[in-house]
Design a protein around this ligand. Structure first.
Ligand SMILES: Cc1cc2nc3c(=O)[nH]c(=O)nc-3n(C[C@H](O)[C@H](O)[C@H](O)COP(=O)(O)OP(=O)(O)OC[C@H]3O[C@@H](n4cnc5c(N)ncnc54)[C@H](O)[C@@H]3O)c2cc1C
Length: 225
């Protein structure tokens, strides 16, 4: 399972290499490792949700915490110290465009701001919840993950915006194609997140950055393989 307070799978624990530890010891002396807060401790200080009830919105503290931070150093420090600050008021996991529309209408009605979320791998605080009086609804797009159409002639593929890198490639490869987009966060980041952050990957020199792979209205569709 994905680690709640940092990068990677929680079953994998990597020790710091002894040579690296010696190097650090020589230069800055022996360190005292910080004791990580538990998930329960981090959830304790979270204030009640300000959103009215909705059948698609989860307002549990743990869900809200898991959707309020990314993978930047400030985010990691908040998570590991258990001092997470302001978190989102609710999280929805829409399964269709209709549900997305319903959630946007609900957010408008109750005066909430909306933060869309893909894989939560942002390293620049994109998912930070503003500290003000406006409630925040986070829309997690991970359930919109299907290949909806693939036109072999134009080589144009249409996907749900929340598809994760490995899932996107598996669906394309089953039909003999690749997108050729491999950021180092590939495993946990999503198509929608790549587009919004203008992501690039280790094969972008060959295939192009994400904005070159995404067709713009009126332009010629890009080659998908
Ligand atoms: C270990 C590591 C390695 C990384 N390597 C790279 C790399 O090689 N190249 C690179 O470019 N970046 C890299 N990043 C940064 C990050 O992975 C990218 O910015 C990635 O594109 C974010 O995608 P995401 O799905 O996780 O988006 P999130 O972090 O969930 O969201 C990022 C932003 O996009 C918005 N958003 C997400 N999905 C949607 C949507 N469907 N509709 C509207 N808005 C949306 C969010 O609101 C937020 O503002 C790395 C990060 C880490 C932690």
């Amino acid at each position: 399972m994905k680690r709640w307070n940092g990068w990677g799978d929680e079953s994998i624990e990597l020790e710091v290499n002894p040579d690296a530890l010696n190097f650090l010891n020589e230069r800055i002396g022996p360190g005292t490792p910080m004791v990580d807060a538990t998930l329960a401790q981090a959830c304790k200080g979270i204030t009640p949700s300000r959103l009215p009830k909705h059948r698609l919105v989860d307002t549990k503290r743990e869900t809200r915490l898991r959707h309020s931070l990314g993978q930047s150093l400030p985010d990691w420090l908040k998570l590991r110290s258990g001092k997470v600050g302001t978190v989102t008021d609710g999280v929805a996991f829409p399964e269709s465009s209709e549900q997305v529309q319903e959630l946007l209408a609900y957010a408008k009605d109750c005066g909430a701001s909306v933060i869309p979320m893909g894989g939560g791998t942002s390293v620049v605080g994109h998912l930070t919840v503003p500290q003000n009086d406006t409630p925040v609804l986070t829309i997690n797009l991970s359930r919109l993950s299907r290949l909806l159409n693939l036109d072999p002639e134009s080589q144009l593929a249409t996907f749900g915006a929340g598809v994760l890198g490995p899932d996107l490639e598996a669906q394309l490869r089953a039909q003999g194609y690749t997108l050729g987009h491999f950021p180092q966060s590939f495993e946990y980041s999503t198509l929608g997140g790549w587009v919004v952050t203008r992501s690039s990957g280790q094969q972008s020199l060959r295939y192009g950055r994400i904005e070159q792979l995404l067709p713009v209205a009126g332009s010629r569709p890009p080659a998908a393989h």
